[in-house]
Design a protein around this ligand. Structure first.
Ligand SMILES: *Cc1c(COP(=O)(O)O)cnc(C)c1O
Length: 407
C-alpha cells in the first residue's frame, strides 16, 4: 500500500496534522479525520473492488487487495412486512453487515487498519474491544501476518473470545469495575510499552466505514435514503457512513445528505442524552448494565463530534430500554434476521421516532444490521425455549400431538 499526499484535520478547530503520525485524537481530545485532496473533482472509476471504483475518495494511492477477506458487498434488503408493520415505516431497508467475514461491519475498518499497520512496518496491532473489533482485527491480523493483542472486559461473551483465540491473537481479559476505567488504564500503559492502540473511531477505520456509504449509493442507483439508523458506541461507524455521503455531496454526485439516527441503550446513552438535551458535549455514563454489550462505550472519545454534527445537520437520536431491546431482538429473528442485541436497538428506536412523527410514514429508512446474533447467545438462555423433548419411545405420539393428528 502507499498513501497519497493527505492530511489529518481536527474536526472542530480545523488544525492540520501529518497523516503518517496516525494519531487518532488531538492532545486536547478532538477527533481527527482524513482530508482527501481534490474531492470536488473526484470521479467514480471502473474496477472490481469498491476501493478501486472509489479510489479518488480514498487516502491510499495503491492497496494490497490480498489482505482483504472479502468484506463488504453486503445486501441492502427490503425489511419485509413484519418489520414494516412493527415500525410503521413503509420503506424500511436493512443493510446486512452481519454477513461480513467476522460477522460485523468492523471488518471494513480492520482491512484499512492492517493496510496502515503494514505501511508503518508495525509488528503488533493492539486494540481494546468488547468483542467484535477484537475478533475482526484478530482475523485480519492473521491474514496480514501481524501479531494481534486484544484487551477485553470481563463481560465479553465467550463466543467472541474463542473466535479471537483461534486466529492466534493474544487476548487479555481485564477485570475492572467499568469499561471506560479499563480503557484509560490501558491507554496510559500503551505509552510505556510503545503500543499503538487502535480504537473504534480512528481516522483510518473511518475511511473503511465510509465505503459503506459508497456501496449503498451504488445499491440505490445513486439514490440517498432519508434516514440511516446506527447503533452507536465508539462513534466510528456513524461518522464513517456520514463522511462518505458528505464526500459524495462535495463531489457533486448527490444533491442532499441523509439524516443519521444515533441509537443507544437507555442504560448507556452518553451521545443520545446529550443530543436530546440540546447539549454540546456527551454526558458520560458509568456503572451501567445492558444486554447490548457491543455498544457499551460510556464515555466515547470523539462523541462530542457526533453530538455537534447531530445539531448541525438535524440528525435524530433515540434510546431504547432493555425490554425494548430484548423484544426487538426477537422480532428481528421472527422476520428471519438473527442479529446481536446491540443491533436490535435500532428497530425500536425508529418505531418510537415514527410514533412521535419525527419520521414520516413514507420516508426511506435504512437500519444498519451491525453484527450477528451467533456471537452473543447469552441473551437467548434467558428466554423461554420452544424445543420439544422427545425420545425414540415417544416421538410418534409427540408428532401426533404437535401436528394435531388423531391416532
Ligand atoms: C462496534 C459495534 C457497534 C458500534 O459501532 P461504533 O463504531 O463503536 O459506534 C454497534 N454494533 C455492533 C454489533 C458493533 O460491533
Amino acid at each position: 500500500m502507499s498513501v497519497k499526499n493527505v492530511k489529518l484535520q481536527s474536526t472542530f478547530s480545523g488544525r492540520e496534522f501529518p497523516f503518517d503520525t496516525i494519531e487518532e485524537f488531538t492532545a486536547d481530545g478532538e477527533s481527527l479525520e482524513v482530508v482527501v485532496p481534490e474531492i470536488t473533482g473526484a470521479k467514480i472509476r471502473s474496477g472490481r473492488f469498491l476501493w478501486e471504483r472509489f479510489a479518488d475518495f480514498l487516502p491510499f494511492s495503491s492497496v494490497d487487495s490480498e489482505l482483504s477477506l472479502g468484506e463488504g458487498n453486503t445486501p441492502l434488503l427490503e425489511a419485509g412486512k413484519l418489520l414494516e408493520s412493527h415500525t410503521g415505516i413503509r420503506h424500511l431497508l436493512l443493510k446486512n453487515e452481519t454477513v461480513n467475514p467476522t460477522w460485523s461491519f468492523k471488518d471494513r475498518g480492520s482491512l484499512c487498519c492492517v493496510w496502515m499497520a503494514k505501511e508503518m512496518k508495525e509488528k503488533i496491532t493492539a486494540t481494546i474491544s468488547t468483542g467484535n473489533m477484537g475478533n475482526s482485527l484478530a482475523a485480519y491480523g492473521a491474514r496480514a501476518g501481524l501479531n494481534v493483542l486484544v484487551f477485553v472486559p470481563a463481560f465479553t461473551p465467550a463466543e467472541k473470545i474463542l473466535a479471537m483465540n483461534i486466529h492466534g491473537a493474544t487476548v487479555i481479559k481485564v477485570d475492572a469495575p467499568d469499561y471506560s476505567l479499563m480503557k484509560n488504564k490501558i491507554l496510559g500503559l500503551a505509552e510505556e510499552f510503545s503500543l499503538r492502540i487502535v480504537s473504534g473511531n480512528g481516522p483510518i477505520r473511518v475511511e473503511g466505514y465510509k465505503l459503506t456509504a459508497f456501496e449503498m449509493f451504488e445499491q440505490l442507483n445513486r439514490g440517498v435514503p432519508d434516514f440511516i439508523a446506527v447503533p452507536t458506541s465508539a462513534c466510528g461507524h456513524i461518522r464513517g457512513i456520514f463522511k462518505g455521503y458528505r464526500e459524495l455531496h462535495e463531489a457533486g454526485l448527490i444533491e442532499r445528505l441523509p439524516k443519521m439516527i444515533v441509537v443507544q441503550a437507555a442504560n448507556n446513552s452518553p451521545v443520545v442524552s446529550a443530543i436530546k438535551q440540546g447539549k454540546n458535549h456527551i454526558i458520560p455514563f458509568s456503572n451501567f448494565k445492558t444486554v447490548a454489550e457491543a455498544i457499551t462505550g460510556g464515555n466515547p472519545a470523539g462523541g462530542d463530534e457526533i453530538v455537534q454534527k447531530a445539531h448541525r445537520y438535524g440528525w435524530l437520536a433515540e434510546d431504547v430500554t432493555e425490554k425494548e431491546i430484548i423484544e426487538s431482538h426477537q422480532i428481528f429473528a421472527r422476520a428471519g434476521f438473527f442479529v446481536e442485541p446491540a443491533t436490535a436497538t435500532s428497530l425500536w428506536a425508529v418505531k418510537k421516532l415514527r410514533d412521535q412523527g419525527k419520521i414520516a410514514p413514507d420516508a426511506t429508512v435504512v437500519l444498519m444490521l451491525t453484527g450477528s446474533g451467533l456471537k452473543d447467545m447469552d441473551i437467548l438462555r434467558t428466554q423461554p425455549q420452544s424445543t420439544v423433548e422427545s425420545s425414540l419411545a415417544t416421538i410418534q405420539a409427540d408428532l401426533h400431538r404437535i401436528l394435531n393428528r388423531n391416532k
